[in-house]
Write a protein that binds this ligand. Structure first.
Ligand SMILES: CC(C)(COP(=O)(O)OP(=O)(O)OC[C@H]1O[C@@H](n2cnc3c(N)ncnc32)[C@H](O)[C@@H]1OP(=O)(O)O)[C@@H](O)C(=O)NCCC(=O)NCCS
Length: 214
């Protein structure tokens, strides 16, 4: 984001509309402090190709129901396949499904759920470890900060729930994305049948939890 540009700030409303906040800082939701998530985005609508030529607007984030993000997930992560990109953890009580919008148009999604700390975790084990899964943005929304905003939102939400570390099985093509957010790579490349080669990636959250590169 160009320096000096106000990205717009939003708070996360579970299953409700994203609410734009004026200025920076934090606000209250349900009586507790809520971390803001910021990200520069662009206009666009629907899930078709968009000419995003308008000046950057803010991405807005909110919790979403699985049904809201299922089409995007399947289209991006399982294109042309009958197999659905659905996971057992999708329906766990604590699972976070986050959606990112440009105006009212769904642009991206990400899911996270608590897991035991993986035995491959390098160094001191974190207290509470969450797996990030099914991060996807529509092609029209890419390289505009949507994925970064989603991951910042996931980090904020996880931190607010006491989590202090994130990990994922990253597709090889997505490694630069996670590296740019401060994740590290660990272990050898491995193959997930029907999907392709992956690498494990991990990140400890900073004290504030949110943000990229903490
Ligand atoms: C991976 C994905 C979610 C990234 O979403 P995005 O909205 O494009 O991400 P952002 O615009 O926030 O990118 C943040 C940074 O990540 C890095 N990055 C993202 N995509 C990249 C790519 N294709 N090549 C190199 N770096 C990349 C860049 O450093 C980028 O910052 P920059 O654009 O200022 O250089 C998106 O490309 C996607 O949905 N891919 C297909 C599905 C997928 O592979 N999901 C991950 C499963 S593990």
């Amino acid at each position: 984001m160009p320096s000096g540009e106000d990205p717009g700030l939003y708070w996360l409303a579970p299953h409700g509309p994203a609410v734009k906040q004026g200025g920076s800082g934090s606000s209250r939701r349900g009586g507790r402090e809520t971390n803001f998530v910021e990200g520069a985005g662009a206009g666009g609508q629907g899930d078709g190709p968009k000419g995003i030529t308008e000046p950057a607007a803010a991405w807005s984030l909110r919790r979403a129901a699985l049904q809201e993000i299922a089409h995007l997930r399947n289209s991006v992560l399982r294109p042309g396949e009958d197999k659905l990109a659905l996971f057992a953890e999708d329906v766990s009580v604590d699972t976070i499904h986050l959606a990112c919008f440009a105006n009212d148009d769904l642009a991206g999604c990400a899911t996270a759920f608590a897991t035991p700390t993986p035995d491959w975790w390098p160094g001191l084990a974190p207290r509470s470890t969450w797996q990030v899964k099914a991060v996807a943005t529509w092609p029209w929304a890419r390289r505009k900060g949507c994925g970064r905003a989603l991951m910042s939102g996931i980090a904020s939400e996880v931190a607010s729930l006491g989590g202090d570390a994130l990990w994922c099985n990253s597709r090889i093509s997505a490694i630069p994305f996670y590296l740019s957010l401060g994740f590290g790579e660990v272990g050898e490349e491995f193959f997930i049948p029907g999907v392709g080669p992956h690498r494990r990636m991990f990140k400890r959250l900073g004290k504030k939890g949110a943000g990229t590169g903490t």
